[in-house]
Write a protein that binds this ligand. Structure first.
Ligand SMILES: NC(=O)c1ccc[n+]([C@@H]2O[C@H](COP(=O)([O-])OP(=O)(O)OC[C@H]3O[C@@H](n4cnc5c(N)ncnc54)[C@H](O)[C@@H]3O)[C@@H](O)[C@H]2O)c1
Length: 412
């Protein structure tokens, strides 16, 4: 059988997918696109070291999309996945997008309808769902080992200040500088939705202050964000994320009617299980779950980076297990829109906001023109600044200094 021909758009984070495709027996890397040539050269080196010399490299998306490809991985800017993704779907390609799913509620509706219209495969690369511990939590929760979910915590606490020059390049309008606090909610919410299979129905958003350690690097928005989310069964999820200081491991835990599970770091799961009529007399255990695919643990993000590309490829090829495990467009939207709506909540004195179920066509119309966000070109008249608590103005010299540090290879 001919190999699946795959292109990668965005060669920064995209190098991870390039490596995964190069190691996959069913797929072939055929093209990479990035306007920043040094990143293309890095991909070329990696591909040639793997013995692949026929890959095409592009700096312009318009040339890239003409290439002979069955599927494309989008690792371009986090707030620009949908317009490029829809063009690719409509040109007959399957797509997998990096995080996040969409930048606005309008885009959420448009993306879902493009996937439905074209019938092509859409997969969301939410890698934090696939570490051996979080996958074991999913398997055991869904098997009913600890009863029904009542409360969950998902954290993605990543203080990015030291790497800020290398990931924003001193660009004032880079999405990492213009996004609002609750935008990047996927790594804290995603794993809990993946484990529980539950849909979010209501959200209240909160944010910390902005701090000089981020403001002096060009980021004016609050450093930390919290979403308090009601899930469809009445359980509450507390999601915490952002560039805040962390004393160790990010927490993922679920508390249920007959027990609890917690990812305690170092690949270990802590579980407490009660039998029927065994209130407070259950058993505790700590163990290291084995990876679902041997060898996957060598990939990044605790082994999660292997599975997104693997399940994308296998679901296009029709494998039913991969289709069930890959994250589809509806769940991808569920993992993302609580962050958009949480910022609406923050802008409205922390009022709670309904999270629509965009699987239902009749719920979509209310959001078709909703471009609320802090990305000026995308929002148009519905633009909101990303620092509503105080009007933080960052002088050009700050970005010039960050750029200097990026070029010099200095940390933030
Ligand atoms: N899941 C994870 O663990 C994880 C980790 C890092 C990044 N990401 C995601 O990966 C994506 C890329 O992030 P990044 O860290 O590489 O930084 P980034 O967003 O700065 O990189 C985007 C890359 O795409 C290129 N690009 C964007 N638009 C283009 C266009 N129109 N034509 C040609 N090239 C274009 C840029 O030159 C850049 O190299 C984002 O969506 C981010 O959220 C995910």
């Amino acid at each position: 059988m001919a190999k699946l021909k795959i292109g990668v758009f965005g060669a920064g984070r995209g190098i991870v997918m390039v490596r995964q495709i190069l190691g996959n027996p069913d797929a072939e890397l055929v093209a990479v696109c990035d306007k920043y040539v040094p990143l293309l050269e890095r991909c070329k080196k990696v591909a040639e070291e793997a013995g692949l010399t026929g890959v095409e490299y592009f700096t312009d998306f318009e040339d890239f999309i003409q290439c002979d490809m069955d599927a494309v991985v989008l690792a371009n800017y986090a707030n620009e996945h949908v317009p490029y993704g829809i063009r690719l779907l409509e040109s007959g390609r399957h797509i997998m997008t990096e995080c996040l799913t969409c930048a606005t509620m309008k885009e959420a509706v448009e993306l879902i309808e493009a996937v439905e219209r074209t019938g092509k495969t859409y997969t969301y690369a939410e890698n934090y769902c696939y570490t051996p511990v979080r996958w074991e939590m999913r398997e055991r929760y869904r098997r009913g080992d600890i009863g029904e979910l009542m409360y969950a915590e998902g954290e993605y606490v990543h203080d990015c200040s030291s790497i800020w020059p290398g990931i924003t390049y001193g660009e004032r309008n880079h999405w990492r500088n213009t996004h609002y606090s609750t935008f990047y909610c996927t790594h804290s919410i995603g794993p809990i939705l993946s484990i529980s299979g539950l849909r979010p129905v209501k959200v209240t958003g909160y944010e910390t202050q902005n701090m000089p350690y981020m403001r002096n690097l060009g980021y004016a928005a609050p450093c930390g964000a919290i979403e308090l989310i009601t899930l469809e069964n009445g359980a509450i999820l507390k999601s915490l994320h952002g560039s805040i200081k962390n004393n160790g491991h990010s927490n993922y835990q679920i508390n249920c009617s007959r027990g609890a599970m917690k990812d305690i770091g170092d690949g270990q799961l802590s579980i407490y299980v009660e039998g029927e009529n065994e209130n407070c007399r259950g058993k505790r255990e700590i163990y290291k779950p084995a990876p679902v695919v041997i060898g996957s643990e060598k990939s990044g993000h605790g082994g999660g980076d292997f599975f997104t590309t693997h399940y994308f490829i296998q679901s296009i090829l029709g494998d039913p297990v991969a289709k069930e495990r890959a994250i589809d467009v509806y769940t991808a939207v569920d993992m993302c829109i609580p962050g958009i709506l949480a910022y609406k909540s923050i802008c409205n004195d922390n009022n709670s906001v309904k999270i629509p179920n965009l699987r239902n066509r009749e719920e979509r119309d209310a959001y078709r023109n909703d471009t609320f966000c802090s990305f000026k070109e995308i929002a148009g008249e519905q633009y909101v600044p990303n620092n509503i608590q105080e009007d933080v103005q960052i002088p050009d010299e700050v970005y010039e200094e960050v750029r200097r540090r990026w070029i010099a290879g200095e940390p933030g």
